[in-house]
Every structure is written in structure tokens, then in C-alpha cells.
Design a protein around this ligand. Structure first.
Ligand SMILES: NC(=O)c1ccc[n+]([C@@H]2O[C@H](COP(=O)([O-])OP(=O)(O)OC[C@H]3O[C@@H](n4cnc5c(N)ncnc54)[C@H](O)[C@@H]3O)[C@@H](O)[C@H]2O)c1
Length: 308
């Protein structure tokens, strides 16, 4: 466990609090500091989650201030309105861009080189906003991208083929939104290409694509919000940021030539470590997947142009 602090701005909300809980019970860092405009709610969340810290070695969860931010601390941005039933992530654009600009301004006013992990939706565009607003190097500002979608993909393949999800190496890439796509031509299970794995049937991939696309709306329509999956993703990515050795996650980072993309923040396989996030080139994409990536990039660029 590292001494590095994690600040969660929006920690009074469902995603921020769930991330704090996941960070606590996994003992990823010693201190989790929750910030939110809703002072009462965030105080309650901190007290509640700190109770879960009681049986850890030394984790503490509390509320705090921007002025406590130190060099290399990790700042997670879950501040932002979530989707309502029937709403797309892109419909949150204007409201959340204002919040992200405001919050990143307060973070950078402390004059420290931090790491920023953006979660608020539409996450690709919000990450670009945070990158521009912060002026930090691009390795230090990235978003959760398609990590949650990819988690859903791994479980769906594992269930279909009756194999542990630990052995499934496959990604959803592109926008964390309606234009994301499963990049399965390079997918393997324990090193065996997906389409040669016993029991593989091409219809599996069609069903998986639909199931994953509908997962968020099913959860939102039934219980109002999604937070456990993303809470765990945040704790994983933060943990990767505390380690010298890189872990690979499809987070969203600014592409500048990689995969024939330029000037767009989009979900791609990245190496995440204490040096930040770096896009991993060389992941195989077939022509259809490359075209889907280009289409997704254009959708993000069009949205980003409205708020950058
Ligand atoms: N990237 C992903 O995969 C993913 C998954 C789930 C949810 N999300 C997104 O995460 C965001 C949060 O979702 P939620 O369900 O926790 O919403 P929520 O409404 O429960 O929490 C948001 C919190 O942000 C706070 N906030 C708003 N403006 C603020 C500001 N200027 N400064 C500090 N705090 C501020 C609110 O007071 C609230 O407590 C949404 O944008 C949602 O779409 C992203």
C-alpha cells in the first residue's frame, strides 16, 4: 500500500462513494479524501465508508479540501450528473463540461502536478476537457474509457464459453457510448484465438455486443444508476497508478497518431503505471474494427468541438 492520497471529487455521489469503498476494502492507498459540493452527503459517505476501514491495516476515509492536494496525488473526477432513464451519455455534455472545468480549475490552482482520472460522462469528452483545462502532460490525465464495457465483455464471453474471465483477453474499444465496439479479431482465451476456442459460435459475438450495449440502460431503468462495476474499475486503475509495473486497461487517452487517429480522446488499450497512462500500439484490429474506431472517433470529436 502506498502513502499516495486519492481525492475523489463527487465523493458524495454513488460512483464516487462506491469507488472509495472499493479502494478501502482493497487497501489500495492509506488515505481516501472525499470532496463534493453537497457537504452533508459527503460527510455521511465518509463516516459510513470509514467504518469499513476499521478492519483494514490503516486506511482512512474522510472529507477534505482542495488545498491538501500534493504532488503526484491521484484526483478522481466522478462529479457530474448521471444519465436519467432514456438519456444518452452525450446529452450530459454541457452540464458536465461546466462542472469538470470548474473542478479542474480548483485542482490546478494548488499548483501541483497530479494524476487526474476522469469518470463523469461522456467520459471521453470530459477527459479531453480536463486535459485542456489542466495543461498537464497527457499521460497524467485519462478517463476510465471502455474499461467498464470491457469488464462486461469478459464476463459475457466467460459465461458463454464456460471459462474463467481471468483467461479472457478481449476489449471493447472506442467511445464509452453507443459507438463502442468489441475488438474481437485479436481476442484470445488463454492464448487461443477466440474463434478457435472450443464451443465458439459466431452468433455469440452478436448477442454479446447487444447485451453489453444494453447493460447500462437496463441497470439505470431498473435501479436508477450504475456504480458497482465502475467503482471497481476506478479502484483497479488507481491501484495501477500506484505501481511501477504497468497494467493494461482500455482507458481513454489522447490519441496523436496511434491507430491512425489524431486529436481525440478515446478508449484504447493503455499501459497504466506510476508514470500514468500510455496508449499501447500494436493491438491487432481488422478492417471493420479500424473503420468502427474511426467512426467512433468522429462522434467524440464532433461532441468535443461543442465544449472545447
Ligand atoms: N465512465 C463510466 O464508465 C461511468 C459509469 C457510471 C457512471 N458514470 C458517470 O459518473 C458520474 C457520477 O455518477 P453518480 O451516479 O455518482 O451521480 P451522483 O449524482 O450520485 O453523484 C455526483 C456527485 O457529484 C457532485 N458534484 C456535482 N457538481 C460538483 C462540483 N462542482 N464539485 C464537486 N462535486 C460536485 C454531486 O453533488 C454528487 O454528489 C455521472 O456523470 C455518470 O454518468 C460514468
Amino acid at each position: 500500500m502506498r502513502e499516495k492520497k486519492v481525492f475523489i471529487v463527487g465523493g458524495g455521489g454513488m460512483v464516487g462513494a462506491t469507488a472509495a469503498y472499493a479502494l478501502t476494502i482493497k487497501e489500495v492507498v492509506e488515505e481516501v479524501v472525499l470532496l463534493d459540493v453537497d457537504a452533508d452527503k459527503v460527510r455521511g459517505q465518509a463516516y459510513d465508508i470509514n467504518d469499513a476501514a476499521a478492519y483494514t491495516d490503516c486506511v482512512r476515509v474522510r472529507t477534505g479540501n482542495y488545498s491538501e492536494i500534493q504532488e503526484d496525488d491521484i484526483v478522481v473526477l466522478t462529479c457530474g450528473v448521471p444519465q436519467k432513464p432514456g438519456q444518452s451519455r452525450l446529452e450530459l455534455l454541457d452540464t458536465n463540461a461546466k462542472i469538470i472545468k470548474d473542478v479542474v480549475g480548483k485542482v490546478m490552482a494548488q499548483g501541483k502536478k497530479v494524476f487526474i482520472v476522469v469518470v463523469a460522462n461522456p467520459v471521453d469528452v470530459m477527459t479531453h476537457v480536463a486535459l485542456e483545462e489542466s495543461g498537464l502532460p497527457k499521460e497524467r490525465v485519462f478517463g476510465t474509457g471502455t474499461s467498464l464495457d470491457t469488464a462486461r465483455l469478459r464476463v459475457a464471453i466467460a459465461d458463454d464459453l464456460k471459462v474463467s474471465q481471468r483467461n479472457v483477453h478481449a476489449y471493447i474499444l472506442g467511445e464509452h457510448g453507443d459507438s463502442s465496439f468489441p475488438a474481437l479479431s485479436g481476442a484470445t482465451i488463454g492464448g487461443v484465438p477466440l474463434n478457435q476456442f472450443p464451443g465458439f459460435n459466431p452468433s455469440i459475438t452478436n448477442n454479446i455486443d447487444r447485451e453489453i450495449r444494453e447493460a447500462a440502460s437496463t441497470i439505470i431503468n431498473t435501479k436508477g444508476a450504475t456504480y458497482y462495476g465502475i467503482g471497481n474499475v476506478i479502484s483497479r486503475v488507481v491501484e495501477a497508478l500506484t505501481q511501477e509495473v504497468g497494467s493494461i486497461y482500455p482507458v481513454c487517452s489522447l490519441a496523436e497518431g496511434e491507430y491512425s487517429l489524431g486529436g481525440v480522446v478515446i478508449g484504447l488499450p493503455c499501459l497504466v503505471s506510476s508514470r500514468g497512462a500510455k496508449i499501447l500500439t500494436g493491438y491487432p484490429l481488422n478492417d471493420a474494427e479500424q473503420a468502427a474506431l474511426g467512426k467512433s472517433a468522429q462522434i467524440i470529436k464532433d461532441a468535443a468541438s461543442k465544449v472545447l
